[in-house]
Design a binder for this molecule. Structure first.
Ligand code: FES
Length: 103
């Protein structure tokens, strides 16, 4: 069954940037681009690096360790050395809070 978990205040996500937060025991990266919120796992699928320490540009997050890039919307691995996509989460806004869907 769907499980919507309150995570972070919308205002706490920097515009055109990324922030890492632990939600429900998972390390999640939140992104805000043109008032749209996206959420992915924060730990890179390639190694133990946090995407929230990376660089967000053109809808892609670049991992700080080996510069692999993921699409923040689809989670798709866009460049080497990545071989595995990153998990994305559906988001819902309510009362200024972002809710994440865990299933
Ligand atoms: Fe992210 Fe290698 S750990 S690209």
């Amino acid at each position: 069954s769907d499980n919507w978990i309150s995570s972070i205040s919308i205002d706490d996500i920097p515009e055109d940037d990324v922030i890492g937060v632990t939600v429900n025991g998972h390390q999640i990266a939140f992104y805000k681009v043109e008032d749209e919120i996206f959420a992915t796992d924060n730990i890179c699928t390639h190694g133990h690096a946090l995407l929230s320490d990376g660089f967000l540009e053109d809808g892609e997050i670049e991992c700080p360790l080996h510069q692999g890039r993921f699409c923040i919307k689809s989670g798709k691995a866009m460049s080497e050395p990545l071989t595995e996509d990153i998990k994305t989460y559906a988001t819902r806004m309510e009362d200024g809070q972002v809710f994440l869907k865990f299933s």
